[in-house]
Each structure stands twice: as C-alpha cells, then as structure tokens.
Design a protein around this ligand. Structure first.
Ligand code: GH3
Ligand code: MG
Ligand code: MG
Ligand code: MG
Length: 315
C-alpha cells in the first residue's frame, strides 16, 4: 500500500507486513500540545498500521511510556506546558538508550540551534514542522530500521545459535549484574545446572542431528517454565544454566522437580524414532563472590547427581 512512494517505502512496507504477520505491533507515541497536530499526525501514522498513543505534554508522555514499555518511537514537540520536549528527552535518556527507543523531535521554532541542542541531549532525529507526509514516513522508517539492526546485533551477540536461548557470554554478563544486585539488595540468588544424561549415547546411536533435536527440546521445555525473572542459557554442549533472582529455595526445588519429571515422562518423535532421555540437575543456593564460583558449586552438585545414578537433583 505504499509502493507508490518508491523503493525505500517499499522496503519499509515489507518489514511492516512481516511484523503484521508475526502479529507484532510497532508502537509510536506522539507528544504535542496542539490537539490538531496530534490528530493529523496520528491518522497519518495509523495508515502505516502503527499503533499510536498521544500525549499533550512531557509528563503525560512519561506516564504512557511507563505503562507501554514496548513503545519504539516517540515523536515529540519542543514547547509544551508542564514539561517541554527537552526535559522529556533528558528524562527518557536516563532510563532508555538510543538503541531501544528512538526520539524524533518536531518543532516549529525558528531558532537555529534547536536541532543540535536536542541531538546533544539524546534525541535521535529532528524534523522542522511543516514536514511533508513523505518526510515523516522516511524518518520513521529509518529510525525503525536502526532499532531493528540494534536488536539483531544484540541477538547475535547474546543468543545461542542452535536453541536461541541466551549464550554463555550473556549469562556471565547479566548474571554478574544480578549477583552484584543481590548483594546490594540482600536478595536471594541461585544457580541450577541442567545436563542431559548419557547424551553421547543419543549422538552415537542416532547421529548428531538427532542429538541437536534433543538439545532444542530441552530449550523448549526450559523456556516454557521460565520467562520472567530468570536467565535461561545454554552453556555449551548439552548443558544448560538457570540463574534465579529473588526466588525462594522451596519454589526453585519444586520447579526443578517438575522439569526433571517432565523429561522422565516425555517422549519425542524424531524421524520415526521414539526418543526419551532424562536430565540431572545440580543446584547452588548460596551466594558466592563470583558467578563462576556459584557455577562451580552447582557443578559439584551436578557431579554428585551423575555419580548417584543420574535423573536426579542435588543441592
Ligand atoms: P553424562 O550422563 O555423564 O552427562 O554423559 P554424557 O554422554 O551426556 O556427557 P558427555 O560430556 O560425555 O558427552 C557430551 C557429548 O555432547 C559429547 C559431544 O560430542 C556432544 N556435543 C557437544 N555439543 C554438541 C552439540 O551441539 N550437538 C550435539 N548433537 N552434540 C554435542
Ligand atoms: Mg508546542
Ligand atoms: Mg550429559
Ligand atoms: Mg555435559
């Protein structure tokens, strides 16, 4: 529906279509004290199937943002009552980086240094009011494209290629942050290591491809149980790690037992092969000076679980 606007818009339309198919809404927040500007711009942007929120000053914008953390782009005016655009940009940048939220400033001002001032304070882009429809779309799509590139880069750096779980690098980076936080806040932090039993046999009997499918199956099951406060990562091979934050020991034990049982009772069908396997789990509930030491502690427990016959959890 935007093919007439040329190649750039065409590329953008494709990426919108991809997102619509994935049922992914792109959210845009327009902030301006002029109701007529809000209404016109809103209906323009809605034509591109973006979800639009509006606010009439910076303070209202912050409240909307607080309740819609997945807003991708803010299009804000400069002069507004209560909180102006500059204050809004400064406040947002204390919390959100340029790579997660784009701010485009629109102003009718004649002052020559306005754009540079905003860019210095952390705006991504500046548009003088009186912009054409085409210019607005091109800026929106350019900003969305940059956000997508950042997302892709972060994914490649942080995710494991086979399972799309977090990788070892991310686990240590974020896990260490959680550990420091736990010490400051006097919160609980725990680590579980999950390892497939006799995995080598699966590889040797059915081949490496079937082994890979078993690894992916583990990631699916882990993902279905953890999704909020935990870091779920693949450490390498058939070994996985979960970092729990602020969670009680008893709750963790219950969750891990449910997972262990799920593998015990689960059979997956791969190329007409009925595949079933168990996992062993080692757990550390006591905070240590480094994440590595907590993993070493969990690893000792894992070794005990293996030594005692596998398909069990040790703390
Ligand atoms: P245990 O019950 O004591 O854990 O024995 P195990 O056979 O599971 O463990 P071991 O560490 O002896 O074997 C792990 C095997 O995993 C060896 C390695 O070839 C294989 N492996 C490592 N990474 C991958 C991978 O990405 N895909 C597949 N299919 N196999 C892998
Ligand atoms: Mg204004
Ligand atoms: Mg193993
Ligand atoms: Mg192993």
């Amino acid at each position: 529906y935007v093919i007439k606007d040329g190649l750039y818009s065409f590329k953008y339309a494709l990426s919108v279509i991809k997102r619509v198919i994935k049922n992914e809404n792109i959210k845009v927040l327009i902030v301006d004290d002029s109701i007529s500007f809000l209404e016109t711009t809103k209906s323009l942007i809605q034509r591109y199937r973006l979800e639009v929120f509006t606010a009439t000053n910076g303070k209202e914008a912050l409240e909307i943002l607080e309740n819609n953390l997945d807003i991708k782009i803010i299009l804000t005016d400069y002069y507004m009552p209560i909180m102006d655009g500059l204050e809004l940009v400064r406040t947002i940048r204390k919390k959100y980086n340029k790579d997660e939220l784009s701010i485009i400033v629109t102003s009718g001002t004649q002052e020559k240094n306005t754009a540079s001032k905003f860019l210095k304070y952390g705006a991504n882009d500046f548009l003088y009011k009186g912009f054409t429809q085409e210019e607005l779309f091109v800026r929106l799509s350019a900003n969305l494209e940059v956000l997508e590139l950042f997302e892709e880069l972060k994914n490649r750096a942080n995710k494991d290629f086979l399972t799309n779980l977090y990788n070892r690098r991310y686990l240590f980076e974020e896990g260490t942050k959680k550990l420091i936080n736990a010490r400051l806040e006097n919160e609980k932090i725990s680590v579980a290591l999950i390892d497939i039993d006799k995995f080598k046999q699966i590889n040797d009997t059915y081949g490496h491809d079937v082994g890979d499918i078993a690894i992916k199956e583990v990631s699916k099951i882990l993902e279905s149980h953890f999704y909020n406060n935990e870091i779920v990562a693949r450490l390498g091979g058939e070994e996985f790690c979960i970092v729990f934050y602020g969670e009680d020991e008893d709750i963790i034990k219950d969750k891990l037992e449910i997972i262990r049982l799920e593998f015990e009772n689960n059979t997956i069908e791969v190329n007409n092969i009925e595949l079933s396997f168990t996992v062993s789990i080692g757990c550390s509930f006591s905070i240590a000076p480094t994440l590595d030491l907590m993993l070493q502690d969990a690893d000792k427990e894992l070794y005990c679980a293996k030594d005692a016959g596998r398909n069990q959890i040790r703390y």
